[in-house]
Design a protein around this ligand. Structure first.
Ligand code: HEM
Length: 131
């Protein structure tokens, strides 16, 4: 099969490395500014942004960058130290929706990205108390 005949991965379809970098850069300032989300995150957000870049690359079907550095993602387990409520999952997805729009991604692709993140976001809910 030639390169042209091969179907694009989702990672390629959304724009690969550059797109994921822009998403992450647009997303975290919104997370930090959100009253329910900001307090959960460290002041130095750069390491979190880098991990998210590695993870989303892999999650959307690009190279397994996160596992290469940190091993099995076990993302629900990695979120257990933080109180993730349904409201926080909604807020996280809301910030992501805004970030995607800000990157100028086409609507169909934005909806597809959100659809893929919705499952994990609600799966990470581990408490019902926002305090
Ligand atoms: C549901 C709402 C969510 C909340 C409130 C939340 C919150 C957090 C917090 C507080 C951290 C730790 C930051 C730190 O101190 O290092 C974190 C890490 C992370 N989150 Fe989330 N998160 C959510 C959903 C998601 C989703 C849906 C994904 C991707 C599918 C995701 C991917 C990650 C990754 C890759 C890390 C870094 C993990 C590591 O330490 O290696 N998160 N998240």
């Amino acid at each position: 099969m030639t390169r042209e005949e091969r179907e694009l991965t989702f990672y390629e379809a959304i724009g690969g490395e550059a797109a994921i970098r822009s998403i992450v850069e647009a997303f975290y300032p919104k997370v930090q500014a959100h009253p329910l989300l900001g307090p959960l995150f460290p002041e130095d957000i750069m390491p979190v942004m880098e991990k998210q870049y590695l993870f989303l690359t892999q999650f959307f079907g690009g190279p397994p960058l996160y596992s290469g550095q940190y091993g099995h993602p076990m993302m629900r387990a990695r979120h257990l130290p933080f109180p993730i409520t349904p409201e926080r999952a909604d807020a996280w997805l809301g910030c992501m929706a805004e970030a995607l729009e800000e990157t100028g991604m086409e609507r169909e692709l934005r909806l597809a990205v959100l659809e893929r993140l919705k499952g994990p976001a609600y799966h990470f809910v581990n408490t019902h108390s926002n305090s």
